[in-house]
Design a protein. Sequence first.
Length: 188
Amino acid sequence: MGVVGEERRRVTVPTPTDPEVAAVTFKKHLDDFFTNGRPSWSTGWARYPVNQLNEVVEIPGIRADGTVDPYFFTLGAEYYPVWPVSAAFVRKTEAGEWEPVSGGPWWPRQSNQPDFAFGLHTSYDYLDGTKKPLICLSFTLEYYFTEHGPADDERWDPSRHTLSATLSRLGDILKAPNYQEPDGDRAP
């Protein structure tokens, strides 16, 4: 099924991938990224496995003055690798569970745009009529469940892209000058 986004580009609504294929590919690509990608030479990145199709990744937010703020993303591979991983900001509850956030101290405040199309929305209209937070980036699954229609050079291409592209872009948005600070006080 296709829909037409605001920019009048045709968008295909994603369908889930075979769970075994998704799980194996997700693990392989995450392992590769953490062995050979940005986390291998950068500090503050960490992984927290949830299950075969989900993992939480910690990415440091780096302010202009060098202050580091931790951010946590849940990644979901139900549609991967045909489509990008799902991605959402989360925080750990007192009970030790990961819960989605929209705004507040676990959501970053941005000051400008990186050199790629990107936005953060604490509430956004999805095609199914719901309103949810959106990391507005064509390398996240949620982008394709909204009325966005990516340009050809922005569209997820499983022959060229892996979750490394998603994680690298998330890392880029959490570095100054794009990143300012948490959107609220993190003090207990």
